[in-house]
Ligand binder design. Structure first.
Ligand code: C5P
Length: 310
């Protein structure tokens, strides 16, 4: 493989996501569940800067508790850089600097955004020149949400959530996000869903191993009508996440009381995503929740996936 002349540093920005619809089917033998989901990338970003180095290293800023983000091979951005180096037979390393804005372990794909950003940054830094399809394939090996962080916009995810098709979404949707101080573990929430399904009498392998996003969700996205969309946003992981964190139900109700059209747990939680009818309404909901002691963020979607900004 040949490498083009490369810049001294590459800065890539990748968005966090909301699953505005998340249907979870049965569990495959590899432990992953069949999904039918609609991702929307929102205006909350991870910034990753890659610089030439002999070895691989990661530094992280923008988090209250640095201990919540590993800096070794458990870090998904580090794994992404090493995976690309192996695939490209690149013999050097990289120093990755991550500035986080997406809540850690918040159900918004922050770690996946870091990995997608690292793939794009290292590809440019090293002059690897991989195609989008090849980067997508590497992304899917890193985690189910990583391909979407590359892709951005609004997309339907099937399989493990990694098989993507763009969804037509008109206009802009305003969301108020309510992060939590403590994160939730994704495997724990999926495990809780399985346990609840067994308790409810459904055998673990009863749920379908292939499922679709309901047509009304896609129609609402195409119409650009937030009210219509609010009638069909849904998350199969919500009951399991609320089981781990019953207080989140109050957060949703407070958001609706403040004027949000609807609220759901984002992905495996614990971040709550409140859909609002307009930027002004979102601003109002944000102010009301702030007055009640929450730390809400007003974002909008869809926004583009991982891209070089400098
Ligand atoms: O792919 P990712 O590393 O983000 O997944 C984290 C965990 O979430 C998996 O180990 C699995 O327990 C659960 N998961 C799942 N089914 C999916 C996606 C994730 O069970 N489709």
């Amino acid at each position: 493989m040949t490498f083009a002349v490369s810049p001294p540093a590459v800065h890539v920005r990748a968005p966090g996501k909301i699953n505005l619809y998340l249907g979870v089917g049965g569990r495959h033998d590899d432990g992953y569940h069949a999904l039918a989901t609609v991702f929307q990338a929102v205006s909350l970003y991870e910034d990753v800067t890659a610089r030439h180095a002999d070895d691989f290293s990661v530094t992280v800023s923008g988090v209250d508790d640095p201990a919540t983000v590993p800096l070794d091979d458990r870090n998904l951005a580090m794994r992404a850089a090493k995976l690309l180096a192996t695939a490209a037979e690149y013999e050097g390393g990289v120093a990755l600097e991550i500035r986080k804005s997406v809540p850690v372990a918040g159900g918004m794909g922050g770690g996946s955004a870091d990995a997608a950003a690292a793939l794009v940054a290292c590809d440019a830094l090293w002059g690897t020149g991989f195609s989008t399809a090849r980067l997508h394939e590497l992304a899917a090996r890193l985690g189910a949400d990583v391909p979407f962080a590359l892709h951005g916009g609004t997309a339907v995810g099937t399989g493990r959530g990694d098989q993507l098709n763009p969804a037509l979404a008109r206009g802009r949707f305003d969301w108020v996000l309510v992060p939590s101080d403590a994160g939730l573990s994704t495997p724990v929430v999926y495990g809780r869903l399985d346990a609840l399904r067994e308790e409810h009498g459904a055998l673990a392998d009863d749920p379908p191993l292939s499922l679709d996003v309901p047509i009304p969700v896609l129609q609402a996205l195409r119409s650009g009508d937030s009210e219509l969309l609010s009638e069909s946003i849904y998350n199969d992981l919500q009951e399991a996440a609320l089981h781990e964190r019953p207080d989140l139900e109050t957060t949703i109700l407070r958001g609706i009381h403040a004027g949000a059209l609807q609220g759901i747990v984002s992905g495996s939680g614990p971040t709550i995503a409140l859909l609002c009818g307009s930027p002004e309404s979102a601003q109002h909901v944000q102010n009301e929740l702030r007055d009640r002691g929450f730390d809400p963020l007003h974002v909008h979607g869809p926004v583009p996936g991982a891209r070089i900004i400098g």
